[in-house]
Design a protein around this ligand. Sequence first.
Ligand code: SF4
Length: 219
Amino acid sequence: MNKNIPEKGAALQRDLETYAIIPYLPGGFISVEDLKKMVEIAYKYKARTFKITPEQRIAIIGLPRDALDDIWKELNMKPGGFTGKVVRPAKFCPGTSECKKGLQNSIKMGMVIDKKFQGRTLPNKVKIGVSGCNNSCAQSAVRDIGLIGSKKGWNVMVGGNSGKKPMIGEEIAKNLSQEEVIKLMDNIFIEYVKHDTKKRLGHLIDKIGFGNFKKELGI
Ligand code: SF4
């Protein structure tokens, strides 16, 4: 019987026969060349459709199982459809690279976060949003870790999610540099795994208290 094939980044579809794959597109950006390759693959292997995912990716849906290895080889892209209890690829807005309202470089920040944390195993999934200003286009308030650019640096929210029991994150630090954000995130993840929990980060913080969580981080 067919099932998901995580090592091939392939998710079985409702027809229980074909698969969807999601290449890694940092922040949802894709070169013209890579987009062309994805379209050619879709034609060649008779995919049913594309789907723009909520996490700024493009899924190719309806691919045959026995062609998955060839497809990844021809695409020459990394899988980006992480599932399970891991840090997911960050969602980030264009920030100062493209957006006239941007106050911080969210593309650079998002890429650094992905490089450092993407795929790290934690008690539950962790979603990250990086917004270049307080318009919060990367939905920072409802991400497990949410960054918002200010004139002086990055404000960091923790504990948000838009899952089964939605929560708004709380601000845990203000005006941090890129290096300070990475250090804080690392500390948060270290403390998270010390708890015997399977809860989303926000529900853990809710249980132990925001003040106590800050104390664990030495804040
Ligand atoms: S969050 Fe701010 S910087 Fe980012 S896209 Fe929205 S308006 Fe632009």
